[in-house]
Design a protein around this ligand. Structure first.
Ligand code: ADP
Ligand code: ADP
Length: 224
């Protein structure tokens, strides 16, 4: 069964038609990548699924329920939803758990685990401005993982990570996908990255974005 169902989604920004009639199912426990040229509506579609922007028409259902705004079963990493600059790495990662009313000791122990998962053990008390761009992106990932949402929406989460480290983070992500059995929807404009991390790739056409093809890459990751 699909964790996320997208039905007849259209989006217009004034006279810019960003998406036209998108119908997609995102299977549970799989990583699906949205791939397509810049401006084809990848971020728009991801934000509609996140409940951050409203479609012009159509409907998104998550676990069978219509999306009307953000919800605890979905976590997301977007470039423009940055870390809280006044809060430490620990506080940033634990924030979603704090919102859910979890006690301090429990949320800090969960946050600590995910900070270590993204390779930042020892950086718990640092502030965002003390970290590199790539490290800040990984704090965002840890924050998204920590809330234990069913569906993770990731918009170019490795764009600030340098070439040498990117493969390591892609492998960290794959490990989390396998271990946690979550539904991932990932946006990238890198074909190489899409082929490496995805169970399914949804190719979107140039604006207005439409689904042009769905590919299931078969990659032997042990060979590279
Ligand atoms: P992608 O993520 O594939 O690069 P976007 O979803 O960011 O594409 O944008 C799709 C189209 O919608 C682009 O032409 C973009 O300029 C336009 N667009 C995105 N956000 C807005 C906005 N807030 N107002 C007007 N146009 C927008
Ligand atoms: P960016 O691509 O923004 O430079 P990276 O995540 O690739 O970000 O990290 C850049 C630098 O930050 C590295 O060269 C390293 O010095 C430091 N760094 C990153 N992760 C760690 C870590 N886990 N421990 C210590 N230093 C780190």
């Amino acid at each position: 069964d699909a964790a996320v169902e997208v039905r007849g989604i259209c989006k217009k920004y004034n006279d810019v038609e960003a998406l036209r009639m998108i119908d997609l199912d995102f299977p549970r426990g799989k990583l699906t990548t949205l791939l397509g040229p810049s401006g084809c509506g990848k971020t728009t579609l991801l934000k509609i699924i996140a409940g951050l922007i409203e479609p012009t028409s159509g409907e998104v259902r998550v676990n069978g329920r219509p999306v009307t705004g953000p919800g605890p079963e979905r976590a997301f990493v977007f470039q423009d939803f940055a870390l809280m600059p006044w809060a430490t790495v620990m506080r940033n990662v634990a924030f979603g758990l704090e919102l859910r009313g979890m006690g301090k000791a429990e949320r800090q122990s969960i946050a600590r685990k995910y900070i270590a998962e993204v390779g930042l053990a020892g950086f718990e008390d640092k502030y965002p401005h003390e970290l590199s761009g790539g490290m800040r992106q990984r704090v965002g990932l840890a924050r998204a993982f920590a809330v234990n949402a069913d569906v993770l929406l990731l918009d170019e989460p490795f764009s600030a990570v340098d070439e040498q480290n990117r493969r390591k983070f892609q492998e960290d992500l794959l490990r989390l996908v396998e271990k946690e059995r979550k539904t991932f929807i990932f946006v990238t404009h890198s074909i190489e990255e899409a082929v490496y991390v995805s169970d399914r790739i949804v190719l979107l056409s140039r604006r207005p974005g439409r689904v042009s093809q769905i590919i299931e890459p078969k990659i032997d990751r042990t060979a590279s």
